[in-house]
Design a protein around this ligand. Structure first.
Ligand SMILES: [Zn+2]
Length: 472
């Protein structure tokens, strides 16, 4: 049996055994009274609220949000009228499934002001998606929206151990991209010293990391892997003081996590979010590292069957759908993320009570269909990392004589590079077999020299589809 005590730290003064509602940190003690783990919270009264309380917040906020969008946004009114749904039909979160879905195409069609629920004069910020797969989506924020978004990011930083003593090194992009501004704001809320590095200029990133003693790194996992590699190349691994990393905005595997953790000597935490919903911090990982807690006081999550739209129970894999229930300027109702996930309400060892989601197991728009088989780039990455290859690879899909071809180019490590041609051919064969076992199809493998695949300072380009099957 574990006993739970709460210690409160304010400017280095410590009070022991204060009630959990007032605590900023929780020390879980074993029977002998020894601390076994330390969990930090930013808003413990919300993050550890009872399920009944969370449900009550959701019911009340959903009803208000639906009424407000029906009255203020022509788009929602029209969609609800078409389905014959009136705002008063939505009396609790149980009624959410009656409402129509919203898709990325809807958001593009509504560009720029079609989904705005407040007058422009109430808005203070615009952020935007990268627009890599079509027309950009712009999202609007009131000051209150920014505040709540930054709270969510602060929860993620606290969960990674962030305090006023930390130096938070943000090398997500700033500007229209939400990564930089979101984590920057969250870090301010915690009271950490914030380094708004933005992306790029790896030399300067490493210099500041060493000189200014960065302790928490925020960036994409592929850039974290690149930074780790660069730190080791310069022999600076003992000069850095990093203890944690918050990595998101692209898919990464457990193998990649272990690799980054080992090289940088940190604990690596996942974070999830999307610009349409607010930005990073929609959900975040805790010390358990077994899924990301969704901030359910702001977002209601559902998992649906992507074909039928039917809501699936806990533990089933499907498309993640979000409804924002506190957003003022740009509330989204049942937004289909196209991320494939599983939800879990199982009790978490960290003490948080909000539902957990798995990291996206694939994205419906990332999913490749090759020779009729569903292929997720993350599956290929898992095979490569399991076999000791670095996460520097590219997947090239083509079409020859009306039949799909797929090739994986992967960099060898320096040690492999020195092997003779026979050994390299053997290595390729081993990878071909492992990929066939994972995917069920033949994948051509080409081992290439170290450092030949272009590095990325933002989202890595993993897939090159030369088939031009989709116009977008
Ligand atoms: Zn947890």
């Amino acid at each position: 049996m574990q006993q739970i005590y709460v210690n409160m730290y304010i400017r280095n003064k410590v009070w022991y055994n204060v009630p959990v509602e007032a605590g900023l940190e929780k020390l879980i003690l074993d029977r002998e009274g020894n601390g076994t783990s330390m969990e930090h919270y930013y808003q413990p009264e919300i993050e550890c609220a009872s399920r009944e309380q969370i449900r009550a917040w959701q019911d009340e906020r959903l009803v208000k949000t639906v009424k407000r969008v029906y009255e203020n946004v022509e788009f929602y009114k029209k969609k609800m009228d078409e389905k014959g749904i009136r705002p008063e039909d939505i009396r609790s979160a149980d009624d959410l499934c009656k409402l129509p879905f919203l898709t990325k195409d809807d958001l593009r069609d509504a560009y720029p002001y079609g989904l705005l629920a407040r007058p422009l004069s109430d808005c203070v910020r615009i952020q935007s998606t990268s627009g890599t797969t079509g027309r950009r989506v712009v999202a609007f924020y009131t000051q209150n929206d920014i505040d709540l978004w930054e709270d969510c990011c602060a929860r993620a930083i606290a969960a990674a151990g962030g305090t006023t003593e930390d130096v938070v090194h943000v090398c997500y992009g700033y500007g229209l991209f939400t990564g930089g501004p979101g984590l920057n704001g969250g870090s301010h809320k915690i009271g950490s010293l914030t380094l708004p590095m933005s992306s790029g200029n790896t030399e300067r990133q490493i210099q500041f990391m060493c000189d200014l003693g960065s302790t928490i790194l925020c960036c994409t996992p592929s850039y974290a892997a690149y930074l780790a590699e660069s730190v080791w190349e310069r022999g600076l691994q003992n000069q850095i003081k990093l203890k944690a990393g918050i990595f998101g905005a692209e898919a990464w595997t457990e193998e990649m996590r272990r690799d980054i953790e080992e090289k940088l000597g940190i604990k690596a935490y996942d974070i999830y979010g999307l610009t349409e919903i607010s930005g990073p911090g929609v959900s975040f990982e805790c010390s358990a590292q077994t899924g990301m807690h969704i901030n359910e006081d702001h977002f209601i999550a559902e998992v649906i069957d992507p074909k039928t739209g039917e809501v699936l129970p806990d533990g089933e894999k499907g498309e993640l759908v979000f409804t924002s229930i506190t957003k003022e300027a740009f509330p989204l109702i049942r937004y289909r993320t196209r991320d494939i996930c599983i939800l879990s309400h199982e009790k978490c060892s960290c003490g948080r009570t909000h539902v957990k989601m798995t990291k996206p197991l694939g994205r419906s728009d990332d999913m490749l269909i090759v020779k009729g088989v569903n292929v997720f780039p993350s599956q290929i990455e898992t095979v490569l990392l399991n076999q000791g290859y670095p996460a520097n690879y590219q997947i090239i899909v083509g079409r020859k004589n009306n039949s799909d071809t797929i090739e994986v180019q992967v960099e060898m490590t320096q040690e492999m590079f020195s092997d003779n041609a026979g050994v390299v051919a053997e290595r390729e064969k081993k990878l071909v077999d492992a990929l066939k076992a994972m995917l069920g199809i033949y994948v051509k493998v080409s081992l290439v020299n170290p450092k030949t695949i272009a590095r990325s300072e933002g989202k890595a380009v993993r897939v090159i589809d030369q088939r031009n099957l989709y116009q977008n």
